[in-house]
Design a protein around this ligand. Sequence first.
Ligand code: NAD
Length: 449
Amino acid sequence: MARCRPGRRPTERPGEPRGEPRAVRASRCGRAAAAPPPRRARPSTAPPPFAARAPRLAPRHDRSTRFRRLVAAVGGKPHDVNARGRARPTRDRPASVEFARRGGNRENRHRTERCFDGGVTMRVLVTGGAGYIGSVTAAALIDAGHEVTVLDDLSRGHREFVPDAASLVIGDVSDPGTVHRALDEGLNACVHFAGRIEAGESMRVPETYFAANTGGTLRLLEVLVGAGIERFVLSSTAAVYGDPVRLPIREDDPTEPTNAYGASKLLAERALEWVSELRPLRVAALRYFNACGATPDRGELHDPETHLIPLVLEVAAGQRDEIAVFGTDYPTRDGTCVRDYVHVADLADAHVRALEALGGREQLVCNLGGGAGVSVHEVIEAARRVTGHPIPVRTAERRPGDPAELVASSDRAREVLGWEPHHRDLDAIVASAWDWHRHRLSDGMTDST
Ligand SMILES: NC(=O)c1ccc[n+]([C@@H]2O[C@H](COP(=O)([O-])OP(=O)(O)OC[C@H]3O[C@@H](n4cnc5c(N)ncnc54)[C@H](O)[C@@H]3O)[C@@H](O)[C@H]2O)c1
């Protein structure tokens, strides 16, 4: 499979010093120390294709200097203004107050925020909230005291996954009319899960992936920014890294996707960063590794299913004869690929934390992994222990573009979000998925929506 590299792409984000953790880097608004950190040389002098088409900005350190002068002129604190000199919410001035001060969304000026536990109750648009990770996150947001509107076209999702306490708007995120309909609920934040998720499929129909994951995100953003939404969390993926240059993978490692899926998400991340630079929007991109497991009410149900744990459990449930293992000669401890599995409940918790953390920062990129690499054979062994089924294996050729090992460093999520993956035991993770799978089958739930 050919590597998807449309021209040289930069390994750094616009204006970002490589090697500096993004979470702790200076903000554009001049929170920096006096001297900006030194930039590393770019690997090539050719301009990145995406940045070359984007509007030109002064180098970050020039802009910081401008900000400091601007802020000094108005007698404020450096992080009180954004790139256009507009007031921003700060820790001292909670987003709720700032939001209400500005009149909230155009159509909902009469509505004010209410506070809980010293924090802010947000009204959150969850796109893709009828899907696997989106529905578990919607439920977690409601549990945390926030209000949720799900926007999902139900192309891959399941109506019954949407929590009872959430509103559901059925439609496409690319359709401004549908998004406006969702905004009538009076929202002030968005977590964006909706999109296409299959790396293999993305290499057959790349245009579909760029349209859905990059184009869809941008069309959604246009409406949200116009409506004054202030916080946006993007579902991103470990696929933005491609072949890792080191393990565990850190957020400032090179991003060289090896499939169109990863590239489409990376472009969405880059666009978000530009929008956040220039508009009053705070953004987080959460790069998950392999989502897995289930809660009692919601689990992994894709059609077609390509993820290892649900496939193995389909064998145990008698829905498949065997599981194919692609490649047994990788340089790993048992020859099979090693991946980093992170439980869906831990992912949901990270989204709640990221949304809340955006009250005090403008941009954030975080890996979310379970903290350990697990091989394909180890997953199958765990499923044998949990289900008591022999789970026959068929050895197959390596799949092109499958790196031997992908393991995340989640240090930044730990430091910035105070996030810790609580579901670390592989047998317990598989058991949660197995319990949900069996209940689904006994309830007669099918793969259709
Ligand atoms: N599952 C994983 O292991 C994994 C890993 C990394 C990143 N992610 C990302 O997480 C997100 C959610 O993944 P998931 O596994 O829950 O997928 P999913 O397919 O279960 O959920 C996606 C949801 O989005 C909806 N949707 C798709 N296109 C839409 C559109 N144009 N308008 C409105 N709704 C639309 C679908 O109906 C579905 O309910 C995706 O963005 C994916 O890229 C997933």
